[in-house]
Design a protein around this ligand. Structure first.
Ligand SMILES: [Cu+2]
Length: 148
């Protein structure tokens, strides 16, 4: 190598580039999940996300309904917790396939919500008795994002 300083510099730049690539990947999987302090199924949902490779920080709050409203989710469409993932809101017990679809498709919406606490959904006990309808969250009224 004719210029050892340039070579060393290139190595450092390359190293930093790889370093930042890893960082941004980690950020994409970071989740903040707001829940009522008493809610156990929300903790189970946090564990479900962890089992699927997300890093989850759980934050108990008494302002969940207000926070969900401010996130654009009408009362009738709110899930029992509110997760913030990579710029999107994910409300309720949304299956991880739908979360991953949201994060890879990156539609022009604020997020998705699975209203209430359907039996047999991730983090909930019981057996699934009907398809889960997941709705969009955005400026307009919720519309169906997916039925699973
Ligand atoms: Cu819950």
């Amino acid at each position: 190598m004719r210029n050892p300083i340039a070579a060393a510099f290139a190595t450092v730049v390359l190293g930093v580039g790889v370093y930042f690539t890893n960082i941004s990947f980690a950020i994409a999987e970071e989740v903040t999940l707001y829940k009522n302090p008493q809610c156990d199924c929300c903790e189970a949902y946090a564990d479900y996300l962890r089992d699927n490779g997300f890093t989850v920080t759980v934050k108990p709050t008494h302002e969940l309904v207000t926070m969900s409203r401010e996130a654009g989710i009408p009362d009738d469409f709110q899930g029992c917790h509110l997760a913030l993932i990579d710029g999107y809101v994910v409300s309720g017990h949304v299956p991880v396939t739908m979360v991953n679809r949201l994060l890879s498709d990156r539609p022009n919406i604020k997020g998705v919500t699975l209203p209430g606490m359907p039996m047999g959904s991730p983090g909930m006990s019981g057996t699934k008795t009907e398809a889960f309808t997941i709705y969009t969250v955005g400026e307009d009224k919720p519309s169906i994002y997916a039925v699973e």
